[in-house]
Each structure stands twice: as C-alpha cells, then as structure tokens.
Design a protein around this ligand. Sequence first.
Ligand code: NDP
Length: 452
Amino acid sequence: MNNQTGNNNHYDLIVIGAGSGGVRAARIAANYGAKVAIVESVRVGGTCVLRGCVPKKLLVYGSHFAKDIEDSEGFGWQISSFIHDWSKLISNKNKELDRLNKIYLNLLSKVNIINGFAEIISNNEIEVNGEVLSTNSILIAVGGKPFMPDIIGKELCIDSDAALDLKKFPTSIVINGGGYIALEFAGIFASFGSNVTLVYRGKNILRGFDSDISKLITEELKNSKIKLLTETEISSVAKTSDGLLTKLSSGEEVITKEVMYATGRVPATNDLGLKNVGIKIGSIGEIIVDDNNETNIKNIFAIGDVTNRINLTPVAIAEGQIFADNRFGATNKKCDYSNVASAVFTQPAIGVVGLSEVEAEKLYADNGGISIFKTSFKPMKQTLGGRNTKIFIKMIVTNKDNKVVGIHGIGDDMPEIIQICAVAIKAGATKDDFDNTMGIHPTAAEELVTLK
Ligand code: NDP
C-alpha cells in the first residue's frame, strides 16, 4: 500500500489527531514504509499526555505528600512546618509535559507532522491550513473533550483542562460529577488542603462500578473531609465579592473560589467535516466503526475516545497498533476488549478488572452462580500512621469452574496490583490458582492469595 503517485501532497495515510492512539498508528504505519502525515491542531501528545492521565497523576503524587507527612509523625518524624508552592508544581509539571512532547515528536521522525485543523472534504482528501492533501486512507483519532451541561453561570466554571493549569491554588472548590475525573480531582484538591464539595446527581458515586467500591470510596471521601452531596444538582453559579456562589437543587448555597465540572467527555468531532462525507455518528457524536475500526465510509477509519468504546489510553494505543498492522502490515487482528483493567486515582486508589458482583450474578444465574470472597483491613502503615483508611479486596469466582471473573479493590497500591490480576484473569486463573500461590509477606497483595 505504498504511495506510488510521486505527488508530494498525496499520502498513504493521514491521521487526524496526535494523541496516544493517533501517534501509535502513524508511527507503526510509517515503519511499514507507508507515507504518513499526522495533523494536530494543538501540540503532539493528546489528552493523556497533555491534559489528562500524566499531568493528573503528577498532581496526585504531589498532593499525596500531605498524607505521607501526616503519617510520618507516628514513625517519629517531627515536621514543624511544610509549605506548598502550587505555582512551582504547575511549572514543573509543564516542564515534564514539554519533555514528553519532545519524546512524542521524536517517535514521529518518519511522519510528516502538520500543525493545523483538518477538515475531511472527501473520502480521500482533507483540507488543512488552506491546502488540500490527498490520501489513500484517513484515520480519525481526535479524542474527546470535556462536556459541561448548560447552566446559568457556566462560563464561570472550569473543566479538567483548566483545573490542571490553575494559576492560583483554589482554597475551596465545588466539583460536579461522580465519575473518574470528579473523584480524582476531589482527592487532589482535598489533599492539598482545599475545602472540597462534591456534588453528584445520583445516589451512589462511580455508577457502573461494583457497589462495594462505590460504598467504601464514599467513606474514604468523608475521611478526607470531602463534603459529598448526592442526589443534588447545580442550579446556577454566580460571581460575588467573596467568590463563586453555587446554588444547589436542595436549596443550599456554597461560596467557593472555583467551580469545576467533571460531567463526562464527548467526542471532539466539531468542524471535522463528518457531514461532508456522511460518516455515521451515534447519540453523543461518537464515530461508529466496525471491528476493523472502519467507518461506514470506505477508507476512513477511527480509533480511541472519538469512537466512545472503552475510553482509556492503552485501549486507544492498542486500536492504533492493530489498525496500522492490519492496514499496512497485512495482518488480520481484532482488538480484545475483554477484562480491561482500570484504575481511579482517588486517595486511596481504586483498581478493577472483570465483572462486578451484579454483572456476574446476572451472567452466571443459570450456570451455577458465583461466590464472593472479600476482605477489608487497616493498612499496616496506618498502625503507626494512624490515618483512618482501609484496604479492600473483593474477588468474584464462578461456582461451576472456580474461575476468577472479577477483582475489585481500594488501596494506595491497588492500580499496580490490579494490572497483574488482569494478566491472571486473562490467562483463565481459578481461585485455586490464587490459593496455591505463596504470598509475599507483609504486603497488601498477599491478601489476594489468602482470601477465605
Ligand atoms: P464519567 O463518565 O466517569 O463521569 C461523569 C459523571 O458526570 C457521572 O457521575 C455522571 O453522572 C455525571 N454527569 C453527566 N452528565 C451530567 C449532567 N448533565 N449533570 C450532572 N452530572 C452529570 O466521566 P469523566 O468526565 O469523569 O471521565 C471521562 C472518561 O475519561 C471516563 O469515563 C474514563 O473513560 C476516562 N478517564 C479515565 C481515567 C482513568 O483511567 N483513571 C481518569 C479520568 C478519565 P451519572 O453517573 O448519573 O451518569
């Protein structure tokens, strides 16, 4: 599929969007010898590197020192004063993002990087910076963007992009939402000492997660002095001399320095020219693709968050790799979406893989049912540290063949632990396999092999 035309403006592949998925696809396609261009309107790196996972995790690390310092007293440390410099953290975080941006640029050494906004004008043409480029295939990898519902005072509120770049630390903040981003930022700001009010429209936060996780993380939020208001919505936000006044559906009013919306993300397809070629989209604007990542228009493909399948960086990367291998390496791979582990970087963190109890009960109702094994205990560090926090682990096992079909946990190390649990589950591990494995003592992870 090499470009044989000799036309400088003709490519084998044009990728739109240089995030994790797009960069992987472009790099692998170029390694196969394809002539590739990647068009990016901001800078190379995408949501994960520039506006999501990476800067968020750096802020999680930064904020966690407050808890570590609190813990250290019980271990004999006397820390008379500790002061945090928010602007230094944001500046160092930005330097790290610049470094990662350069690494991503290096990864694209065989790809023509075009800075601009692409519009698809036909199934083999795009327009960028006033120039028309032709191509044998187009890959849309533009990702998503924060969604904010229309409320009075919306323009006064920040989203996660802005929250990662605040010039001044907010000593108080209202965060709307009960999902990944709301909970992670609630933890970050609370650990740095902000008064956090978390507003959630539903009854139980982290809808779709195992109910024990939702229940126990709610307790942990309270331990972190986060004020959680469930079954509550924001009616309006207004500016006052004391800060932002948030009026809630309950009638309550809160004044804070910032109001953040973390009410989901939607595919970033505005002005992309989808209508020019008739690309099919779903209810929130996601691009519909088949299991070969191809849209209803031949030679136009899409991967990552813009397709709203599983919106996680490693999934987008896998989709990009598979797309490039199939298209330019003549393989016929399909992405395996089963047992994708994920973590929520709350404090303590959450790690999950496989089915929740409710999902497993339903799936195995007519096939022997399931058994639940769970444990909850005080982390060893907190025997001296003294903070009121717990580790929780839950394993879901089929009765018929003893297979582990779900593991859910809360604890500082849970994201690291759950990654390896995912390997075991994908390999078909049984509860006996876990039980027959020696533990490492003393760790939290050893509880996984001693669950009774
Ligand atoms: P989520 O879908 O996780 O959560 C959105 C939250 O906003 C839900 O609690 C939802 O409520 C609520 N909500 C939605 N619409 C409204 C509305 N109109 N008014 C009030 N509340 C509303 O989205 P996030 O923005 O937190 O994250 C987006 C995605 O990014 C995640 O799904 C995940 O795929 C990815 N991500 C992954 C991370 C990780 O891997 N650690 C970290 C951050 C993001 P309800 O429950 O009622 O629908």
